[in-house]
Ligand binder design. Structure first.
Ligand code: HEM
Length: 487
């Protein structure tokens, strides 16, 4: 109630407060019918939004249909909204297509802020933490060794590693979630992953987002939307089947996330908020973890190899550090403080290519302000993490790949890095991802030297393809086993 009173006071008084009104937030002029739709359908939206910040500043607005969006382009303004004023900006925009992919708003990632959402996120967070403490390191090590074997089997041939990275990342998250992994002999889980990838790709397309801003378009035939609906039905059937199989097992355990979630459901809901979580929450949490935990990590690994092909001397430095510090052993996560060069590589790839470049849109759940601008309730907030990571006021030579900026005397600080967002909506898998990036990279660079398959022309294109996830265009690479590696 206090907050409601505050919020309505703010609404009435904002004209007397030292805030500019939302209409004075700068932004490009828009078409009277479609607003700034043109800006939002750019082929590389993060780069385009970052370029607009050069003209309109670190906070600007865009309009689409009757939705006003405010784009935040520096780590200071993003942290002001997501961390300092988290309780004002923890909402998610409720949209027609978002409701479809989130099973009616039941997912953690797309669910709007409410008591039910808080209880759901807490439940999933608790289950993930328990399971990670017990087995995450081991699970990643196992997949890193499996990946090593796959690369050895290529015997120095030029290959596209993106599928192998997806399998590795996906196996980590499916092992944590279900207690078993998928490989080429497990068509069901493979089908589930294809389906989830399709959903992310289709949902990111402008054919779909236009339906949220322009309801009239929903009346027209839209083959992309029909595909999306089919994939959602397929996804739900597979997960439902999987959960039913899981429940019918004689022995369920708390070792994997599904078991842990289901056991928590059996306990009575807490009295103070009276929220009742159901199988639907477990179902959608599974979707959240599989989607959040696969393409992001896989895309990051693919970017890392791509950058290393452009700067082979960085690869040599990481390799030499691994040899000197670990003397032939594989790294443990606890070694990270002794491996600054490897850590600087992880940070620099996260900086230059935050794989969720525009995070997930937030919604103001009450009137508030950012950087002195009045932000009315329901404004959609786009945290442009890509823009923040290329802000020349924070990063010297922001477009160059220079991991050494994070080493002592290099002038860079991880304080400006926000690849996982922040506040109430901080990436739920941040600790899983950080351990994966460190261990996978350490294992790979200890055993292999990555070289381009031919001349300079064969080096990967580093611009990337941006959708919900920012990916590198496909390229091939030779993984040459290091002399010390036993085949
Ligand atoms: C949300 C980044 C890996 C699960 C997010 C967000 C970002 C992000 C930027 C949005 C935060 C916001 O809305 O402000 C990344 C990056 C990853 C990664 C860069 C790897 C390099 C993972 C993994 C998992 C995961 C491994 C699962 C184990 C989630 C979930 C959300 C989320 C469930 C929604 C959180 C919420 O809305 O409350 N992630 N993520 N992510 N991520 Fe990640």
């Amino acid at each position: 109630r206090d907050h409601n009173v505050q919020s309505s006071l703010l609404h009435h008084l904002h004209q007397f407060l030292p805030c500019s009104s939302s209409s004075s937030i700068p932004g490009p002029p828009g078409h009277f019918l479609i607003g700034n739709m043109k800006e939002l359908t750019h082929d590389h939206l993060p780069i385009h939004l970052t370029n607009l910040a050069k003209r309109y500043g670190s906070v600007y607005r865009l309009r689409c249909g009757n939705t006003t969006m405010v784009v935040l382009n520096s780590s200071d303004v993003i942290k002001e909204a997501l961390v300092k004023k988290w309780s004002d900006f923890a909402g998610r925009p409720v949209s027609y297509t978002g409701n479809i992919v989130s099973g009616g708003g039941f997912s953690v990632s797309l669910g709007d802020y409410s008591e039910e959402w808080k209880a759901h996120r807490r439940l999933v967070h608790g289950a993930l933490q328990r399971c990670c403490q017990q087995s995450l390191h081991q699970v990643i090590e196992r997949q890193a060794l499996h990946l090593r074997k796959v690369l050895m089997d290529y015997q120095g041939r030029a290959v596209d590693l993106s599928e192998d990275f997806t399998v590795a990342a996906s196996n980590v998250i499916t092992t944590l979630t279900f207690g078993n992994e998928y490989d080429k002999s497990s068509p069901e889980l493979q089908q589930l992953h294809n389906c989830l990838n399709q959903i992310v790709a289709l949902w990111g397309s402008s054919w779909i987002s236009a339906l949220d801003s322009f309801p009239l378009l929903r009346k027209l035939p839209n083959p992309v939307f029909s595909r999306l609906l089919q994939e959602v039905v397929k996804r739900d059937e597979i997960i439902k089947q999987h959960l039913n199989n899981y429940k019918s097992q004689a022995k369920q355990s708390e070792v994997d996330i599904t078991g842990s979630l289901l056991q928590s459901l059996d306990k009575p809901p807490k009295k103070e908020n009276g929220v009742l979580l159901t199988d639907t929450h477990v179902h959608m949490a599974t979707v959240d973890l599989l989607i959040g935990g696969t393409e992001t990590t896989a895309a990051w690994l693919n970017w890392t190899v791509a950058f290393l092909l452009h700067r082979p001397e960085v690869q040599t430095r990481v390799y030499e550090e691994l040899c000197t510090v670990l003397q032939g052993q594989y790294p443990k996560y606890s070694d990270r403080h002794r491996l600054p060069v490897l850590c600087s590589l992880v940070s620099e790839v996260l900086r230059l290519r935050p794989v969720a470049p525009l995070a997930v849109p937030h919604r103001a759940i009450r009137d508030s302000s950012i950087a002195g601008y009045f932000i009315p309730k329901n404004t959609v907030i786009i945290p442009n993490l890509y823009g923040a990571h290329h802000d020349p006021a924070v990063w010297a030579d922001p477009y160059s790949f220079r991991p050494e900026r994070f080493l002592e005397g290099g002038g860079g600080s991880t304080r400006g890095l926000i690849p996982f967002g922040g506040g109430a909506r901080l990436c739920l898998g941040e600790s899983v991802a950080k351990m994966e990036l460190f261990l996978f990279t350490g294992y790979l660079l200890k055993d292999f030297q990555f070289v381009p398959p031919g001349s300079e022309a064969s080096l990967p294109d580093l611009r990337g393809v941006a959708s919900v996830v920012l990916k590198v265009k496909s390229y091939t690479v030779v993984a040459r086993p290091r002399a010390t590696t036993n085949p």
